[in-house]
Design a protein around this ligand. Structure first.
Ligand SMILES: Nc1ncnc2c1ncn2[C@@H]1O[C@H](COP(=O)(O)OP(=O)(O)OP(=O)(O)O)[C@@H](O)[C@H]1O
Length: 341
């Protein structure tokens, strides 16, 4: 369990005080994958760096697996850190060491015997799928392979928590997905708590169970990923959710659609969980006499279930359109009539 209570971080800069993290409160459960999303400068890195003591909070409390990270020092902090692995956007590997030597590095620091080190390195190589690359140098690896080394190294001392600082931001979409799959597999296999920071909703959608949205040092929204997708509260979250579903419902596209379909109504349906898998349009047509045109649609999978949106043009008599809206309202789908914006 990770407890972040009233945490503030103020940096003293030449131009004055800068509040990078502003009164953040979060509880992260054991074994969950928790995402923190925000744009550049939101305070995500500072927050995650405080979780392993790389940065000290100005005030507030940070507890990781029962240890008060902000107040412990010396040997106690070093031991606590061994149980908190971290991976980075630019991998931070040692370029003069081979894959196996990079992975062995934290084991050497923890004074693990040579024999045990070799065994553990082999186990980790298998876990991250780098068999055959033991003696390669980082410069001979692809980005995805480098991050696999980073993950193996972070897991060397059997941590209970893995912190991921924009771990897939330097990778192409396909490699990103393979690294996210690996993290998901590790979380399931080892029951490891994962805290990741990202600016990509895709990452949140793909592997996180819960999410916190940060803006200007503050957590402006947090909750179950599916709930946040279904009902984003703040403008910034709405923007991220739009990014996650590749929904292009900008003012321009909406206005263009309304122009193109002057009669009837354009409606936006939002499906969550099992309703995303029901044949709702078919049953609508069986129940109400009208024409339905599908304008745009998509469905995304999150760790807690499916989430989808559908833009429909409903055409018919005013009564039949009202009846259709009423019918859709009863089907546990979100419905919004799109008006000129
Ligand atoms: N060591 C530091 N000294 C002074 N200001 C800092 C320091 N570290 C971060 N900041 C400032 O704190 C704010 C939050 O930075 P932070 O790196 O935590 O944000 P972020 O959301 O992780 O963004 P990015 O993804 O760009 O790193 C920024 O305004 C940044 O300039």
């Amino acid at each position: 369990m990770i407890i972040i209570e009233n945490v503030k971080k103020i940096f003293q800069t030449k131009t004055g005080n800068l509040t990078a993290v502003d009164d953040v409160n979060l509880k992260i459960n054991e074994g969950e994958i928790f995402g923190v999303i925000g744009y550049s400068g939101a305070g995500k890195s500072t927050l995650i760096r405080m979780l392993n003591g790389l940065e000290k909070p100005t005030s507030g409390k940070l507890e990781v697996s029962g240890k008060d990270i902000a107040s412990i020092q010396g040997k106690e902090l070093r031991h606590a850190r061994q149980k908190i692995g971290m991976i980075f956007q630019h991998f931070n590997l040692l370029w003069s060491r081979t894959v196996a030597e990079n992975i062995a590095f934290p084991l050497e620091i923890a004074k693990v015997s040579k024999f045990e080190r070799q065994e553990r390195v082999q186990e980790l190589i298998q876990l991250v799928g780098l068999e055959g690359k033991e003696n390669a140098y980082p410069s001979q690896l692809s980005g995805g392979q480098k991050q696999r080394v980073g993950i193996a190294r972070a897991l060397a001392n059997n941590p209970t928590v893995l912190l991921c600082d924009e771990a897939t931001s330097a990778l192409d979409p396909e490699t990103t997905d393979s690294i996210l799959e690996l993290l998901l597999g590790i979380n399931k296999k080892l029951g490891l708590t994962i805290v990741l920071i990202t600016h990509e909703m895709h990452v949140i959608r793909k592997i996180c169970q819960r999410v916190a949205v940060m803006e200007d040092g503050k957590v402006v929204e947090s909750g179950d990923v599916l709930e946040v997708f279904k009902n984003p509260q703040t403008p910034i979250t709405k923007k991220f959710v739009g990014q996650g579903t590749e929904q292009q419902d900008t003012k321009e596209t909406m206005n263009q659609l309304l122009k193109k379909y002057p009669s009837g109504k354009v409606v936006k349906l939002t499906f969550v969980g099992d309703t995303a898998e029901q044949p709702i349009i078919q049953s609508l047509l069986q129940n109400v006499q009208l024409t339905v045109n599908i304008l745009h649609g998509n469905i995304s999978q999150t760790q807690n279930g499916s989430y989808g949106t559908l833009l429909l043009h409903l055409d018919g008599t005013e009564e039949s359109i009202d009846e259709a809206i009423q019918y859709l309202n009863q089907q546990r789908v979100g419905i919004e009539v799109v008006n000129n914006v």
